[in-house]
Write a new protein. Structure first.
Length: 444
């Protein structure tokens, strides 16, 4: 068939990336010498099911006629053949999101629900399971479950996963949140969200889900409050006042407030001068949300009230940290002003002098840099531990102790890690375990 009658399948780029590098050049050399030996699989309208790379190379080499095999099948069957006939390329495409899309389609095509198929169409023999999906995409059953969940991420977060900035374990936690909360969180933190560890992301998910449930319950009780006000009975006045007081407390814990507080924390951690204006805006917005007029109602259980009190105490701690940071900002600005003055004097011909950084300010700068380095090391270490746990878990090894012990070591964290002794000892135990289970690939 004429190559000009062919066209790429619209879903191909969602499932697979084009070959690059030596693999592509090797295939190109083979076609240039021997031609295309295996026919391209296509639909009657010329849509390619298998052979996108051969089609691409043929166009580059100026080949006008290519061998084809035509399949007259339904769109759903065509999409399945697109995936099934590209199995051999899975080693060349390790983008988690592309694997996630392939896994999702196979789950829907085979009707896999919680490990088994109870509604497969036109299948003979054993029903398909999650194990079949895992085998098709070259992943463990545990990772396959996680990958399928990633399809619930909004496009912006999916892009962070594809780029490798956001790990699949942390991304899975975000995938449990509603699209609305995901988008608000991304708009607030941007790519900063990818710098959160798995434990931090899991805790953030828990807080946001609790806040969302509170908002949903509030909306339900809002109707009750409106009804009481409409009836206007004198005996209901005290109950209305109690509900209004409770809703003011709960509004401070809505998911919107939680998201804004996350953004505020991220900005404070960066400590950049240009972020100070945004910090002020966030503080004002959070304050307005907490003090807005009563519009919703919720009866507060004791457990929720205790949680609110805990977060209030945390707010006091954050306020104290804010004051300390502002003091450091002022000291830094004063130092910069003196530097600028000295520079102007030098430009105007003043005698050359050596600028000295005050010891107190130098100590602040050194402590900040140390915190940044500790957080980077901790994040790398946590990702390594999670990778080791994931790979070992594929063979049902007893490796849960790796993660458990990692989180038990309270000093090994973003606010600890005074030295490398604890980290070195911990990693040495992991290396011994890998030697004992003969896992040389992980030792690297």
């Amino acid at each position: 068939m004429s190559i000009h009658r062919l066209k790429r399948h619209p879903k191909n780029e969602e499932y697979y990336a084009d070959l690059t590098g030596e693999k592509y050049e090797e295939l190109k050399r083979s076609i240039e010498v021997h031609g295309i030996r295996d026919p391209l699989k296509i639909l009657p309208d010329g849509t390619i099911l298998a052979g996108h790379q051969r089609y691409r190379i043929a166009k580059e080499l100026g080949i006008e006629q290519v061998p084809v095999a035509i399949y007259d099948v339904s769109p759903e069957e065509a999409e399945y053949l697109l995936i099934a006939d590209n199995e051999e390329r899975r080693g060349e495409d390790n983008d988690p999101m592309r694997k996630a899309r392939r896994a999702k389609f196979l789950a829907e095509y085979w009707g896999v629900q919680r490990g088994g198929d109870r509604r497969s169409k036109d299948q003979i023999g054993l029903l398909k399971t999650l194990d079949d999906i895992a085998d098709s995409i070259g992943e463990s059953k545990t990772n396959t479950k996680r990958l399928i969940k990633l399809n619930n991420l909004i496009p912006e977060l999916q892009a962070l996963v594809s780029s490798g900035k956001l790990g699949t374990s942390a991304a899975e936690q975000l995938a449990y949140l509603s699209p609305e909360i995901q988008r608000t969180l991304y708009e607030a933190l941007g790519e900063e969200i990818a710098n959160r560890t798995f434990a931090e992301t899991k805790e953030l998910r828990r807080r946001l889900e609790e806040a969302e449930r509170r908002d949903q319950e509030t909306a339900r009780l809002q109707a009750e409050l409106a009804e009481l006000r409409e009836q206007g009975r004198e005996e209901d006045r005290q109950k209305i006042e109690q509900l209004e007081r409770r809703i003011r407390d709960l509004q401070a814990q809505s998911w919107r407030v939680v998201t804004l507080e996350q953004e505020l924390t991220a900005l404070r951690e960066r400590g950049r001068k240009e972020d100070r204006e945004r910090i002020a805006e966030l503080e004002q917005e959070i304050e307005e949300l907490k003090n807005r007029p009563v519009e919703r109602v919720e009866v507060v259980p004791d457990s929720v009230q205790q949680e609110i009190e805990a977060w209030k105490r945390r707010a006091v701690e954050i306020e104290q940290q804010k004051r300390e940071l502002e003091s450091k900002y002022q000291a830094t600005e004063q130092l910069l002003a003196r530097y600028e003055q000295k520079i102007q004097e030098l430009r105007q011909g003043a005698p050359v002098v050596q600028l000295q950084v005050p010891p107190a300010l130098q100590k602040i700068e050194d402590e900040h840099e140390a915190r940044v380095q500790r957080r980077k090391l901790y994040t790398k270490l946590e990702r390594a531990v999670m990778d080791i746990w994931t790979v070992c878990h594929q063979t049902d090894g007893d490796v849960d102790w790796v993660v458990d012990e990692f989180y038990r070591q309270q000093r090994v964290g973003p606010n600890g890690m005074d030295g490398f002794e604890e980290v070195s000892a911990f990693m040495a135990k992991i290396v011994d375990a890998l030697h004992a289970t003969q896992r040389p690939r992980l030792l690297k």
